[in-house]
Design a protein around this ligand. Sequence first.
Ligand SMILES: C[S@@+](CC[C@H](N)C(=O)[O-])C[C@H]1O[C@@H](n2cnc3c(N)ncnc32)[C@H](O)[C@@H]1O
Length: 247
Amino acid sequence: MTAASQRGGSFYDSPKIFQRYRDHRHSGAMSPNHVMEEPALLDVLGTVTGLRVLDLGCGDAAIGQTLLDAGCRSYLGLDGSAAMVEAANATLRGTCGRAERADMEDFSAPPSSFDLIISRLALHYVEDLEAVLTACQACLSPGGRIILSVVHPVLSSYDAGTGKPRTNWIVDDYFLKGPRLRNWLGDSVIWFHRTVEDYVAALMNAGFALSALRECAPQEERFDGDLAELARRRRVPLFLLLSGTRI
Ligand SMILES: C[S@@+](CC[C@H](N)C(=O)[O-])C[C@H]1O[C@@H](n2cnc3c(N)ncnc32)[C@H](O)[C@@H]1O
């Protein structure tokens, strides 16, 4: 793989990666997103009625459909992968939502364009997080919110790489922030590691008040009775979710 294809959006344009991601993402009780990240997100989200929503790194925009069904006024998804944007627009067909190809690093919009910005499992692909969050702050309405989830810093710090289902985890180089070439979906991609403290500081420096911090503990009711999988998922944190309110 070339370096370019190891960067966020273009990584997901590989048909093999794209398919593996979607299989993994929509695998019900076996998907950590389903049993850990999504319940925390929905809890922090609250009511979305009437909100204009922007989703950065929207993937196939499955959440867009959910938010529109829940009464949000509009949904715009941006993603760096053309394949993901095509999938997102297929998901959103027949709704007022839409998706466009764009790199988060280039994003800007006029003041008060959105009331809610979400970004799920995408901002650890971005090197200058504070710049992206500052652009988000600038286009939110007064009191608008951002909710973001990322790979937990415990996980992004280091990968001993056993390739087996995770039952424990070695944390190393935790305070060494920066790029990590990681094995993900059977190939290599660059994640940008930062600590929990770095994430909170970036949010606050960009002009947000921290309104929630969740580590996305697994939710038993989502495991379809698979108690062994629940026990395994209780061992290692996978996701960090933060919410900020525009000051
Ligand atoms: C792990 S997927 C998450 C997708 C979706 N948010 C979800 O939860 O299913 C990460 C997404 O971020 C996108 N992405 C990565 N880096 C990006 C960048 N710099 N700009 C825009 N999108 C990016 C990828 O193309 C991919 O769709």
